[in-house]
Design a protein. Structure first.
Length: 290
């Protein structure tokens, strides 16, 4: 398994634990990561509404770079994966748009040409590596822990596009958590949004959305929340002090983890190599007990 790694903007500029842990664990599972030299932002967050053609060009350009390498793309971000899937659909349906994009790409000696295929990290871990293979690499099982899975909205929505997870009952992340020896109970709020999509427009409602989910997770006795999406992680991990200022002290103090960080811990990799020392949520007590 060999992929062009597309980190996405947030993982490269803020969420270093996302990239660090992915680079640590994936090669140990037989997944070779090749840097996508010259890649840029996919444009989804920056231009999706303000400049649709600019967004589609940026996404198509990254697809063309991967195609030039002869590799498919592995994404770490739910938004980036959705962006790639939307643009591939639009370019296949609109030949005029595709001609415009290819004419612009030709300035750099690139061609979309159908682009590379795109895989979400959930698909690679669950569908291609497999839970049995992951379990075989676990040397320090995360026993006696119940961890809430948060796949993130764009991992299973919109249903009209091929999403990595089932739209009604997304279980892949929970299955992957169980492969580490932990439990991952279902809970009513599992499909609820983290609120990051509206945080740019109005911060307080987004904090209340995320805070309500974390409160529910704490009230249900979970030992932590696990996600794969850097935008979701950023919201849940970094904004807990702001949530407490709105909802009260002690209401939301939940350890937040990337799945790849927990996978690395279960494989005996040090917390520092997985970027856990960069966490802003209360992970110290958790790390003491695993």
């Amino acid at each position: 398994m060999r992929y062009a790694l597309f980190q996405g903007c947030v993982a490269q500029t803020e969420q270093y634990g996302c990239e660090l842990s992915a680079r640590e664990v994936l090669p140990k599972l037989g997944v070779e990561l090749v840097d996508l030299e010259g890649s840029s932002c996919c444009g989804f967050l920056s231009f999706h509404n303000s400049s649709p053609i600019g967004w589609k060009y940026l996404t198509a350009r990254n697809l063309a770079l991967a195609k030039k390498l002869g590799l498919d793309i592995l994404t770490l971000c739910n938004c980036c994966h959705l962006s790639f899937c939307e643009v591939k659909r639009d370019l296949e349906a609109d030949q005029g748009l595709r001609k415009t994009i290819d004419e612009t790409l030709s300035i750099e000696g690139l061609e979309y040409g159908g682009g590379a295929e795109v895989y979400h990290i959930l698909e690679v871990l669950h569908d291609r590596v497999g839970t049995d293979e992951i379990a075989a690499h676990v040397t320090r099982p995360l026993r006696n822990l119940d961890l809430a899975s948060h796949p993130g909205c764009y991992a299973f929505r919109p249903k009209v596009l091929n999403r990595p997870n089932d739209g009604e009952d997304p279980r892949k992340l929970g299955d992957l958590i169980k492969a580490l020896g932990a439990d991952s109970s279902d809970y009513d709020e599992k499909l609820d949004c983290c609120g990051s999509s509206i945080s740019y427009a109005d911060g307080e409602p987004s904090l209340r959305i995320a805070g309500s989910k974390l409160k529910a997770i704490k009230d249900r006795g979970f030992d932590g929340l696990v996600t794969v999406c850097p935008l979701c992680f950023k919201m849940f991990d970094g904004e807990q002090p702001a949530m407490r200022s709105l909802m009260g002290e002690g209401v939301v103090d939940v350890p937040i983890f990337y799945y790849t960080q927990l996978l690395g811990l279960s494989m005996g990799i040090s917390p520092e190599k997985l970027g856990l020392h960069l966490s802003l949520s209360p992970v110290e007590g958790f790390l003491t007990n695993v």
